[in-house]
Design a protein around this ligand. Sequence first.
Ligand code: PGA
Length: 263
Amino acid sequence: MEIIITSGYDEMSRRCARIIADEIKKKYDIVLGLATGGTPIGTYKELIRLHKEDGLDFSKVKSFNLDEYIGLSPLHKDSYNFFMWENLFKHVNINPGNVYVPQGDTNDPEEFCRWYEEQIKKAGGIDLQLLGIGGDGHIAFNEPGSSFASRTRVKALDKQTIEDNARFFEREEDVPRFAITMGIGTIMEARKILLIVNGEKKADVCARFIEGPVTSQITASALQLHNHATVILDKAAASKLARTEYYNWVRDNKHLVKKWIGR
Ligand code: PGA
């Protein structure tokens, strides 16, 4: 894993958006995996700026979102589909036909999940997957204990996730108890993975998933087994890491890293 420590939320967001923009420029019909939550909002703002000011072109980009709450229709104001349109899609020139978000109000979740996996395959797989991390160490809604082989499926939300996400709803009782989520197996097939995380509240979980043992109890730790995963943290989220000197040396000697490692 490449670990990039930044000064704060804004720098984290700018760096993340720059990496995504560079990948779009390299492959105009890239397949992106996208995430929701508080963390990626700054990244999406910066991508919108790059579209408006620098002409970053989304016209051939395809995107697959990680997850959606069961029971919410795509137009519900608390749905992740709505979030994505409000925070990114409606501000850029993405083709609505190229946008995939799991359907929270499907009558047949099992069949839907199979179909979703098939669409990812048909698109040629995900080139670059953006992730946040939950307070319980989850990526997407792969709660502690999720199998590393899991595919897109319905998952019951952990108590901590429900509490953490209550801030987006009027009342905690309104937070759905289930979600459709890509599995760890699905996520691990992405060619490149980019995880962003900020804030002191996530410092413990960052130390655990980056420097602790690989365990399904912290599903983000699966990224240790991926061959192209990058984590961009702010200083607060990185405050409990042990090897920051090494990470910062690599970050600050990019020219040497590029020469010898090629990334
Ligand atoms: P957050 O959620 O960005 O709102 O902290 C992250 C996550 O649960 O993946």
